[in-house]
Design a protein. Structure first.
Length: 80
């Protein structure tokens, strides 16, 4: 996980990873991949413990992830 989100209970929407102080570009450097936008959403258990963090990378239909994207990822997370 390149953007730290596990200690947060809310989504983190990063429109340009290179400009975010939490970003670690080491994986991009090693792989040659170029990460642009990132959306991280923690999924909590019924007791409130964060079980997993879902991450979407590089929105293709716009410059950043939208509230609708966030809602969709939350729905996907709720299925598990």
């Amino acid at each position: 996980n390149s953007v730290r989100v596990g200690s947060y209970v809310q989504a983190i929407n990063v429109p340009d990873a290179r400009l975010d102080s939490r970003w670690n570009a080491e994986a991009d450097k090693k792989s040659g991949y170029r990460t642009k936008s990132v959306l991280c959403i923690p999924v909590a258990t019924a007791s409130g413990r964060i079980a997993v963090v879902l991450q979407a990378v590089n929105k293709t239909t716009g410059p950043r992830f939208t509230p609708a994207d966030e809602a969709l990822i939350r729905i996907i997370g709720s299925i598990s």
